[in-house]
Design a protein around this ligand. Structure first.
Ligand code: GLA
Length: 782
């Protein structure tokens, strides 16, 4: 996997090669990152510089070393020796200058993953990964940077991180240190980022890069839903199934930074790491600083190809090992059904109904502790509210367990309300600055996780509840961005954001190492921390507070570029939706939520008998297929996503296509049902998920669909609506993989001129699921 030949460093995954070269000056030239190359070819990947350009600064006057670093594609650069491209590292050195010059010193190759002291870096068996450590030394001082590369062979991923070692006798101050950097040729690249905000997370956006620097970063103290840390850099023209693209993501939950800098020579420099804004880290003599790790992948088969690599990496090497391929339970969560207004009786009723429908996990969300009857008070306290829970948490948990369900609980451990017992006793635990009134978000302050005493408090309180209530699941929430950054425990406040994240990881480590079988679902007002750092501790994330299925199509699609369905927690909720007031069919709510980890978040009392029965069927269907739905390979389509969207998830012998109509069109196109990467010479049976359509979808038009005329505003209509539903274009056929890959001609959609049982009635927000099963009878060609 890793070869070091003379001056060449060659890193190989199953399909990719990544290579760099030790130059005459002992700087590292970046050679190549792409589909697998022969070693012979690598000789031909060097930059060809035979003449000087004006305005260049040579590294040394000496022959052979008179190289303008500015014109070199480099593997990692220093600062102040003639490379004017964006710098990956800026340090105030012992001589008070900012100039550094790191060159090759030595290297070693080790089996498996090299663990970091402070940060998650993925995991693998020793035969699945190999690590190269290249140590660079500053030309003047005993200061080293280690460039660490781990090759995850099967996943086609290379993990990179940097460790700075101060072996000088002085303190140095780090202003910027990137986890990775490399330079590629090319001015025709575009960048895809995943941006949004609360209830509109991870919408994919593309921007054409031009001269100068483009930055994708967060400064909120978390990875944020404003800009996810993952990005895709692609050659113009690339799309879901075609073209060259790089994907990069950071295993970190704090302020991140990715910069793409295009220089006048046509070199595109890519770097990723901790956001240097407000970052200043003093490194004492004989101490080290570890950056978070970046993961890098490449595909020449478009974004779906890239997703495949990233998904494999996350499912096998990022999430905790015990959850690998371990199917996740279907949850009922109390939040959208009750918000703060519940008692034990209401909760048990909800649990009983859910259990009867096949739900496996009962999650009590916010509101179970202290004086928490709204969001102005109680955070920070862990005493149970006996007014709401008359048998306490232990009593409730026992009752839920006795029903045969798992029991889960919501916590927001990193926060405190000023109206709380904790704040009264320990105002110094909160993040704030003396002499300033702290800004609040959702009426709360952030607890200072840089302080050990605060971390100990959180670990103790949560562990006690886990022990008493035998929790099976924890939802770990974090509902505000940071402000008034200060910790009394830090000499240098420039380290605040990073130390906070290290504090968080310390807490998560201490709790979940002790209780490895608790399923941790992380959350930050939905997707404010949808990142690889959190996934290193808990395998799934509450994707968004927005459960409107149409909004969710865009959110889940955006997330899917870099994260697999097994990481997305998706709940079916009521219609009209609380945030959009949009009315959507129950089928569509399920048909979207099923592409990931399914749950329900509603009060069953608000549903009709027909809907309850439908939910039972949904749960049966999901259970039957959840291995594929959670761990299959997810594909997206190139399509006009404001009109329709399709998702595909492909398992070993089974695939599912979700076909969603967003805006109904008059006289709609005749449509193809298109699978991807099926075996062309094999037969597949295709079966739509049986769906019915309720009469109220037709309103006054019902006369066209039923032999009798009914007034939609009258009692009789409502009565018939309860008991009579129409079949909705259920399809069933068997064809070859070749035809399904090409596209199968679907039944016609409703066109306004009549209804029969073959017509697909989708309208706005309608949808259908197609289950594709591989048959054994291979087609014989003769
Ligand atoms: C956040 C979460 C929700 C819910 C509430 C409870 O908004 O994202 O899912 O847990 O907090 O206050």
């Amino acid at each position: 996997m890793i070869k070091v030949n003379d001056r060449y460093f060659i890193l190989e995954t199953k399909d990719l090669t990544y290579a760099f070269y030790k130059m005459e000056t002992n700087h590292l030239e970046h050679l190549y990152f792409g589909n697998k190359l022969s070693e012979n070819d690598l000789n031909e990947t060097h930059v060809k510089l035979t003449a000087k350009a004006g305005s260049m600064v040579d590294y040394l006057e000496e022959k052979g070393k008179d190289i303008p670093l500015d014109m070199m594609p480099l593997e990692y650069s220093s600062y102040g020796k003639g490379d004017f491209k964006l710098a990956p590292i800026i340090i105030k050195m012992p001589d008070n200058t900012f100039v550094s010059d790191f060159v090759y010193d030595h290297h070693e190759v080790i089996k498996g993953v090299l663990n970091a002291e402070t940060l998650p870096v993925g995991h693998a068996d020793s035969n699945e990964a190999e690590t190269l450590v290249v140590s660079l030394k500053d030309m003047k001082f005993d200061i080293y940077i280690e460039l660490i590369y781990t090759v995850f062979y099967d996943a086609n991923v290379i993990l990179r991180r940097t460790v700075l070692k101060n072996k000088s006798k002085d303190i140095i101050s780090i202003r910027k240190i990137m986890s990775m950097m490399f330079d590629v040729y090319g001015s025709d690249y575009e960048l895809m980022t995943f941006d949004g905000g609360w209830i509109k997370e991870a919408h994919a956006h593309s921007v054409k890069l031009s001269k100068g620097t483009y930055v994708n970063a967060s400064n909120t103290g978390n990875s944020s839903s404003k800009h996810n840390p993952g990005i895709i850099l692609y050659e113009k023209g690339a799309h879901e199934d075609f073209g060259s693209c790089y994907g990069i993501n950071l295993i970190y939950s704090g302020n991140h930074y990715t910069a793409i800098d295009q220089s006048n020579t046509g070199i595109l420099r890519l770097m990723q790491g901790i956001n240097p804004e407000m970052f200043e880290y003093e490194l004492k003599s004989d101490t080290v600083f570890e950056t978070p790790a970046s993961i890098l992948s490449y595909s020449s088969h478009g974004f779906n190809g890239l997703s495949k690599n990233m998904h494999q990496m996350i499912n096998h090497h990022i999430i905790p090992r015990q959850f690998e391929n371990n199917v996740r339970p279907i949850a009922i969560n109390s939040w959208e059904g009750f918000y703060f207004d519940f008692n034990e009786r209401k909760l048990l009723n909800l649990a009983k109904k859910a259990k009867a429908l096949g739900v496996e996990l009962f999650v009590l969300d916010d509101g179970w502790f202290s004086s928490r009857n709204d969001d102005t008070q109680g955070l920070g306290d862990y005493d149970v509210n006996f007014k709401k829970l008359k048998s306490g948490l232990v009593g409730l948990s026992n009752k839920i367990h006795r029903m045969g369900m798992k029991f889960g609980l919501w916590f927001e451990p990193e926060m405190v309300n000023m109206q709380s017992k904790l704040y009264e006793k320990h105002p110094e635990y909160a993040v704030k600055i003396e002499g300033r009134i702290p800004a609040q978000g959702r009426h709360q302050l952030v607890l200072d996780l840089c302080q050990e005493v605060v971390r100990d408090y959180i670990v103790k309180e949560i562990s006690q509840i886990i022990d008493e209530t035998k929790l099976d699941y924890i939802k770990w929430d974090m509902n505000r961005h940071m402000s008034d950054f200060y910790s009394a425990s830090l000499e240098n406040q420039g380290a605040f954001f990073h130390q906070y994240i290290l504090g968080l990881y310390d807490i998560l480590d201490r709790i979940f190492n002790k209780y490895p079988n608790i399923l941790l679902e992380t959350c930050s007002s939905g997707g404010n921390r949808f990142d690889l750092g959190m996934l290193s501790f808990g395998p799934q994330i509450w994707t968004s507070d927005n459960t409107d299925p149409i909004e969710r199509l865009f959110i889940q699609k955006g997330v899917s570029y870099l994260y697999p369905p097994s990481t997305m927690s998706n709940h079916v909720s009521l219609s009209p939706h609380a945030q959009t007031l949009r009315k959507t069919p129950l089928d569509t709510r399920f048909n979207v939520a099923m592409f990931g980890v399914l749950g329900y978040e509603l009060n069953f009392k608000m549903l009709t008998t027909f809907e309850i029965k439908e939910i039972k069927k949904q749960i049966e269907y999901y259970k039957l297929h959840r291995q594929t739905l959670q761990f299959g390979q997810f594909y997206r389509y190139n399509e006009n996503q404001y009109v329709r969207m399709n998702f595909l998830v492909k398992g070993v012998k089974k695939s599912f296509i979700g076909n969603y109509s967003i805006l109904a069109q008059s006289s709609p196109y005749l449509e193809l049902l298109k699978a991807k990467d099926l075996e062309p010479q094999t037969n597949y049976s295709v079966q739509s998920r049986p769906q019915k359509i309720t009469l109220d979808r037709f309103g006054h038009l019902i006369a066209h669909a039923l032999p009798i005329a009914l007034n939609p505003n009258k009692f009789l209509f409502r009565l018939v609506n309860k008991y009579k539903q129409l079949d909705n274009a259920n399809e069933s056929f068997t064809v070859s993989g070749a035809l399904l890959n090409h596209g199968y001609k679907m039944k016609q959609q409703f066109m306004g001129t009549g209804y029969n049982e073959h017509i697909r009635l989708l309208g706005d927000f309608g949808s259908q699921i197609y289950e594709i099963n591989q048959l054994h009878d291979d087609i014989t060609t003769n």
